[in-house]
Design a protein around this ligand. Structure first.
Ligand code: NDP
Length: 236
């Protein structure tokens, strides 16, 4: 993609999304991010949007395209989680996680490909998770949504490949962010001791792989799941 093209990162206001937005901005792209309440201190183009609301997503992308130009790269990063063992799952939590992580990602992707198809170029990058392949106790719903993104990405990759648009999934392992803050120390130790690299990832290590998938060097990669998990999933 052109290095001054338009990149949209959902949930680019904090955590992994912010690191991704910063990396693209450093490399000269025009970066737009979505946020709900909390704006980052950085000077990105910001749109207020909630991925659980199709109208909000459509309006946000309309605004970005009107002001910055057609989307070339979209990083579908916004996500949520609440761990609970299967027997204790609440309907409201299940619905929120599925509506945000799976339906929200599909909402963003289906609107984003419009101008990509027209311009015959584009990159869609979903942020999945190693647990979408490995499973994880307490994450039945979260892991389902992340597994679902793989089917979504591969189906979309087949639909839009002939138009020069690639669609891939980056599957991080454990990254220190607000999402993982609440895990107890014993669980964190268990995860790092099962990780061959013996440590967690920094958000910038995820951003580097996302950046690669938006570069010309990745032009023949589509429908792929790229693990960035220190070996935790060992290729699953
Ligand atoms: P954070 O909790 O730090 O950030 C989550 C982001 O998603 C925030 O920007 C949040 O926006 C946004 N978001 C949540 N719900 C919505 C919504 N309904 N509409 C719009 N935006 C929303 O998490 P991470 O940075 O850790 O996670 C980013 C992605 O990476 C997620 O998809 C997560 O599943 C995935 N991931 C994270 C891992 C980790 O170890 N941290 C491991 C593997 C994958 P707001 O500020 O408005 O709440």
């Amino acid at each position: 993609m052109s290095s001054n093209g338009v990149v949209f990162v959902t949930g680019g206001n904090r955590g992994i999304g912010l690191a991704i937005a910063q990396r693209f901005a450093q490399d000269g792209f025009k970066v737009a991010i979505s946020y709900r309440e909390q704006k980052p201190v950085e000077d990105f183009y910001m749109v207020k949007a909630d991925v659980t609301d199709s109208k909000s997503i459509d309006a946000a992308i309309d605004e970005i395209e009107k002001n910055l130009g057609p989307l070339e790269v979209v990083v579908i990063n916004a996500g949520t989680n609440k761990d609970a063992l299967a027997m204790r799952l609440e309907d409201s939590d299940m619905e929120k996680i599925i509506n945000t992580n799976l339906m929200g990602s599909i909402r963003v992707a289906r609107r984003s490909v419009k101008s990509m198809i027209k311009n015959r170029k584009g990159r869609i990058i979903f942020i999945g998770s190693v647990v979408g392949m490995l499973g994880s106790p307490g994450q039945m719903v979260y892991a389902s949504t992340k597994a679902g993104l793989i089917g979504a990405a591969r189906s979309l990759a087949r639909e839009v490949g002939s138009r020069g648009v690639t669609v891939n999934v980056v599957a991080p392992g454990y990254v220190d962010t607000d999402m993982t803050n609440d895990l107890d120390e014993a669980r964190k130790d268990m995860i790092t001791s099962s990780t061959p690299l013996g440590r967690t990832a920094s958000a910038s290590e995820i951003a580097g792989v996302v950046r690669f998938l938006a570069s010309e060097d990745s032009s023949y990669i589509t429908g792929a799941v790229i693990p960035v998990d220190g070996g935790l999933g060992m290729g699953h």
